[in-house]
Design a protein around this ligand. Structure first.
Ligand SMILES: [Fe+2]
Length: 332
């Protein structure tokens, strides 16, 4: 099935193709939903305020970088494709699962792979990039040969390589606020769940209070909730009840929604499922945005091609989005 490249609106539609790096949005009427509780904010409001500047960004996820299957060439192709977008993006958020199977590697091989992945990234784009962490990323977590006392064990690899003590953080750009969350919790050795932990949610509330009335995007690896898993995925009816593992969607999306109360959070972008879906509920768009690696470098994952999300952020707090197939064909 062909990918759907039509823009998908956040809160309103953008007319026509946009032609400048910073572009004007034609707009007519009011509604931004500033700083209202999520439950009371209008959902999918159809109008804009004022003429305003917009900018473009991309959300890439689930690269699963590795030597095999042409992955390095595919990543280079995906990053090169950004320069052919019109307008070109101003920043990249990466939704995790950077290197395939860091969790199963030794410290030496994991560090080497991380270095090569990041060198490849820097060689192919100079756009500011903000990385989230996925379940494949904690070094040695699923390798019983690796001692937890080793330097760079687990998330420490990426703290070191990305220069971040904390793996959740925020930044501002173009009048918007962006929050990269860390929604993979490591449980018993080798295992994980999707979770919004208490400490992070307390930080998030404070962070959003400081963000004031800036429209906000959030990013993580695990979907807060998943539609596709119920439609054609891992969810199943057992003994009369739907069941879905908390390794497929977070165990506590309510904690996220509570932390977002009173903010102008517009969307939460995730990966992990390597497929696309979108849930609009309680004023928040929760969008699972495919995968750069498709089906883990084995071709498209069902109807989801290898691709990434192109997101246009408008000054009134609305956004538009389409999924861009960057044209990768697995080597035969
Ligand atoms: Fe993945």
């Amino acid at each position: 099935m062909a990918p759907n490249n039509k823009p998908s609106s956040g809160r309103s539609a953008t007319p026509g193709r946009l032609s400048r790096r910073r572009f004007l949005t034609g707009s007519t009427a009011a509604v931004t939903g500033a700083a209202l509780p999520l439950a009371t904010r209008p959902i999918m409001a159809e109008h804009r305020t004022h003429h305003s500047e917009s900018f473009r960004m991309v959300f890439m996820t689930d690269i699963h970088w590795q030597d095999q299957h042409g992955a390095p060439e595919a990543l280079a192709k995906a990053l090169a494709s950004l320069q052919r977008l019109d307008p070109t993006p101003e920043l990249i958020v990466n939704g995790g699962d950077l290197v395939h199977n860091s969790k199963g590697m030794t410290v030496d091989s994991g560090e080497r792979s991380a270095d090569r992945f990041l060198a490849s990234w820097r060689a192919n784009t100079d756009l500011p990039t903000y990385h989230a962490m996925g379940n494949h990323d904690p070094l040695g977590w699923a390798n019983p040969e690796v001692s937890p006392n080793e330097p760079l064990f687990g998330w420490d690899l990426w703290r070191e390589k990305l220069g971040r003590d904390r793996l959740y953080y925020s930044f501002d750009h173009g009048g918007w606020h962006f929050v990269v969350l860390h929604d993979i919790a490591l449980t018993e050795r080798g295992h994980y769940i999707g979770e919004f932990d208490d400490q992070q949610m307390r930080w998030l509330k404070r962070d959003l209070a400081h963000a004031g009335d800036r429209p906000t995007m959030l990013f993580g690896h695990m979907p807060p909730v998943s539609a596709i898993e119920f439609l054609d995925g891992g969810a199943a009816v057992e003994d009369g009840d739907w069941t879905l593992s908390v390794t497929r969607m977070t165990r506590n999306p309510d904690a996220l929604l509570q932390a977002l109360e009173g903010s102008r959070a517009q969307a939460f972008w995730s990966g992990h499922i390597h497929r696309r879906d979108r849930i609009d509920a309680l004023g928040l768009s929760m969008i699972c945005a495919g995968a750069i690696s498709g089906a883990w470098w084995g071709g498209p994952n069902g109807a989801t091609q290898e691709g990434y999300a192109v997101i246009d952020c408008h000054a009134d707090g609305s956004f538009d989005y389409y999924y861009h197939d960057y044209g990768w064909q697995p080597p035969s």
